[in-house]
Design a protein around this ligand. Structure first.
Ligand SMILES: *Cc1c(COP(=O)(O)O)cnc(C)c1O
Length: 382
């Protein structure tokens, strides 16, 4: 929590910066570890949500694996202490260079999304005289009821192998000597707040599992991906891990000797991060007041990209409540963090906190307008 003492320290730090409350991160990780171990589930943190080295080191220290979507993420994960044998590698467009490096590093599993990809991995593994373990990312046709840009498991998605292709794909895999089928992988979207969506996924997985059973194919793992949403309106609320875990436990038929894997990203790292900014100017619009802050869409693109909502707080003011449009300095009209929100009366120099910014914030930052990248600041250091 940002208390008065923390705020005093913020005053000396150049803005904008990402502030990570490591106590929140550790208590989140404690909960996920306890809940997952109870059920024997294996957790792979989705590195793309935030690849900050210090955060990765903390997460890896809990014994979790890593879910990566590029060669650089694989390298960053291993560099931060994740064991290569706990790294999985996903993505529709893996490059040869990244595949070669991942095979060399000895990662646990490639989550594969197409027949040509399987053939390429087989070929590249054969050049190293290795057998690469793979799981099939299957598109289960389940609408995650989230923003269309982060919905990944419906019929028109570019992701995954279609269910009607499974038989053909399995035949092809058995003809390839340098890959070995480990299991099924799914990921239907992100920021999923409707838990019944995960129930639909479980039921679909059971149905697909039946196909493998009747064909005498043993699957060692079922990977349900990530996607558990967080409460952007109430950033002090924890993600609903217990409900999520007990739902999986209730509805997925995990076979004996099978291990359930999962890949949470946002739910692990989202609530511990805030983007801290200063108010540059208050400007009168025709029917609104703009609070122009020194953070922009280059630091946190989610509002501009997904119309995402982040709770915004003025940490410096206790004045009367007024409505503002909170905007950044970038030369794009989409560089708006919130419209017509209530804030205590705000003036130049006030410190603004944009909450729930730990996931897909720093990781998606760019240098558009040739801006500096925001630094990261950790609660343990203040
Ligand atoms: C992005 C992604 C995740 C993590 O999703 P969250 O919504 O952040 O939990 C997990 N698995 C795969 C394959 C992904 O692409």
């Amino acid at each position: 929590m940002i208390n008065f003492k923390t705020l005093e320290k913020f005053r000396d730090i150049p803005t904008p910066f990402y502030y990570y409350d490591l106590d929140i991160l550790r208590s989140t990780l404690d909960e996920v570890k306890t809940e997952s171990e109870k059920l024997g589930y294996k957790v792979h943190y989705a590195v793309k949500a935030n690849h900050n080295h210090r955060l990765l080191k903390i997460i890896s220290s809990y014994g979790f694996g890593a879910d990566c979507v590029s060669g650089n993420e694989v390298a960053a994960a291993i560099n931060a202490g994740f064991s290569p044998s706990d790294v999985v590698f996903a993505g529709v467009g893996k490059t040869d260079k990244d595949i070669v490096a991942a095979i060399k590093a000895g990662i646990f599993c490639f989550n594969c999304e197409s027949i040509p990809e399987l053939e390429v991995i087989n070929h590249l593994a054969s050049q190293q005289n290795k057998v690469a373990q793979i799981a099939l990312r299957i598109n289960p046709y389940i609408d995650a009821h989230t923003h269309k840009y982060i919905t990944t498991g419906i019929e028109e998605s570019k992701f995954g192998i279609n269910t009607w292709e499974i038989e053909e794909v399995v035949k092809i895999i058995y003809g390839l000597k340098n890959i070995r089928l480990l299991g099924m992988h799914f990921h239907i979207g992100s920021q999923i707040t409707s838990l019944p969506v995960f129930k639909s996924l479980c039921l679909k997985i059971n149905e697909l599992q039946q196909w493998f059973v009747t064909h005498n194919i043993d699957l060692e793992i079922i990977n349900v991906g990530g996607g558990l949403g967080i409460d952007y309106e109430n950033p002090d609320n924890n993600p609903r891990f217990q409900e999520y875990f007990s739902l999986l436990n209730e509805f997925i038929d995990v076979l004996p000797d099978q291990i359930l894997h999962m890949e949470p990203g946002r739910s692990i790292i989202g609530q511990c991060g805030s983007l801290i900014s200063r108010v540059l100017f208050i400007k009168n619009g025709s029917n609104t007041q703009f609070a122009i802050i020194d953070a922009g869409m280059t630091d946190l693109i989610r509002p501009a990209l997904y119309q995402a909502h982040h709770k915004i707080e003025n940490l410096s003011s206790q004045g009367k409540i007024i409505r503002y449009d909170v905007v950044g300095p970038i030369c794009e009209s989409s560089d708006t963090f919130a419209k017509f929100i209530e804030l205590p009366e705000t003036k130049r120099g006030d410190i603004i906190s944009i909450r729930s910014a730990g996931a897909y914030g720093e990781a998606m930052a760019s240098r558009y307008n040739l801006r500096d990248l925001a630094e990261s600041v950790f609660s343990d250091d203040l």
